[in-house]
Design a binder for this molecule. Sequence first.
Ligand code: GLN
Length: 252
Amino acid sequence: MVHEDAARRTNPLGISESQLRIVWVYPDLLSTYGDRGNMLVLARRAQLRGIPVEAVEVNSDQPVPVQGDLYLLGGGEDLPQILAAHRLRADGGLAAAAGRGAVVLAVCAGYQVIGTRFGGVDGEPVDGLAILDISSGRGERRGVGEVVADVDPALGVPRLTGFENHQGVTTIGPGASPLARVSLGVGNGDGTEGAYAGRILGTYLHGPALARNPGLADLLLSWAAGPLPPLDPAAEEWARRLRDERLAAVAS
Ligand code: GLN
């Protein structure tokens, strides 16, 4: 899927290509709960601002390209998650892209996979990509349901809404910061939700996360493409209604 129009205006990565290259990593293994919607939202919000987008889906039997600008990973069941971690480590493309400053959004299983290790099917540790300083184990009960979480003020993003369904609990190391503090739900399991460091960001939130949280989508786009003009409020209407509806549904 390729969309082209005018040349890209800014390129903080200093790469000569003109498009914003979005790479959806392993949709065959990591893509539960409509997480592919994150790619659609990013592409749409970029195109509304005149930023041309090339969106690529890379299955687990294909090499992960190193020259992408923004990489997306979704949630997954335990066994596909372990397979994804093994293949991503063997491939090396995503870690190399992160090393050269690409933006990464990883959701749930994907979030655990980009950490140093996570708990496998019987809780045994499985090595992750170690591009985000987090490690995950298996909690005593699944976190299932709606989440509301207030984002680190340094990021300037409104409160997050989403839903979670995971067994994993996550500890954030000194090289990363919590993305948000939960006011409803489980998140990492210690009162925080998600984590970020530099341009790498992980979250337990599905929904998909960026459909419910366009502010988070724009944060990621700005990391990849530079400062963004605001959108026409009419273009935001459906996103605002979805967000308001989900937040109102859990308001006490
Ligand atoms: N298998 C992981 C867990 O249960 C992730 C689940 C998911 O991605 N929804 O923690």
